[in-house]
Design a protein around this ligand. Structure first.
Ligand SMILES: O=C[C@H](O)COP(=O)(O)O
Length: 256
């Protein structure tokens, strides 16, 4: 399916990482609810223990729920892990997979990331597959090779119809939590390249398949304003700014 034949709904995802408390979550989600977003799809991803609280606070709201990770097996003796099926029971529709912080600190290599994507899809969750190069890789001119490897490790296991169900988040690691944002030209170039790779994996003739591609890395209201104008970018994955209702709302409004 070609992106131009379907009006893609923009997607803004807030990744709370290891932040929040019962009181802070209540204040944040109530503020977001009362702001009510426009036509963009908005999803928040709290830490696991707060999923039930967030599901209750968001009941009847257009704001969706996602998780920050899922286990690499469907269930069993995996202490500390949370299965995809459990996330679905708590109202999640999305799950972030392969975030660079998990790749760096929790052993999520390409094979494990691919396994998690498959499990998420099998359980009816939409994986938000994160890929991105480090500063050293960028400086060594390895960005495209790294992205190709990370993407192919997953896409090679999926039929084209399954690939279309993915959301892919491009997050240059050097832009995460640093206040540095890639330039519009840089993001446009990489996003075009990623759509080419996805199209090839799908055997599609056109170079912009209908897979939603997000950008992440120090996104704020100002960068959201130019990111929304890039034809290959369908939304953003927001970390720090998703914890502040006014900032997150401004980003959602930019994509509406
Ligand atoms: O998942 C979100 C990204 O890691 C971006 O985080 P950040 O907006 O705090 O840079």
């Amino acid at each position: 399916m070609h992106i131009n034949s379907v009006q893609q709904r923009k997607l803004v995802v807030g990744n709370w990482k290891m932040h929040g408390s019962l009181a802070a979550n209540t204040a944040l989600l109530n503020a977001l609810r009362s702001a009510e977003t426009g036509p963009a799809e908005v999803v928040v991803c709290p830490p696991f223990p707060y999923l039930a609280q967030a599901a209750t606070l968001l009941a009847g709201s257009a704001i969706g729920l996602g998780a920050q990770n899922c286990g690499h097996e469907a269930g069993g003796a995996y202490t500390g892990e949370v299965a995809a099926a459990m996330l679905l029971e708590f109202g999640c529709r999305y799950v972030i997979v392969g975030h660079s912080e998990r790749r760096a600190d929790f052993g999520d290599d390409d094979a494990r990331v691919a396994r998690k994507v498959l499990l998420a899809l099998e359980h009816g969750l939409t994986p938000i597959l994160c890929i991105g190069e480090s500063l050293a890789q960028q400086q060594a001119g390895e960005t495209r090779a790294v992205l190709q490897r990370q993407l192919q490790a997953v896409l090679t296991h999926l039929e084209p119809a399954r690939i279309e169900q993915l959301v892919i988040a491009y997050e240059p690691i050097w832009a995460i939590g640093t206040g540095l944002t890639a330039t519009a030209d840089y993001v446009a170039d990489i996003a075009g390249y990623l759509h080419q790779l996805i199209a090839q994996a799908m055997g599609a003739a056109d170079n912009r398949p209908a897979v939603r591609l997000l950008y992440g890395g120090s996104v704020n209201a100002a960068s959201a304003d130019w990111l929304r104008q890039l034809p290959d970018i369908a939304g953003v994955l927001v970390g720090g700014a998703s914890l502040k209702a006014d900032q997150f709302d401004a980003i959602c409004q930019a994509f509406s």
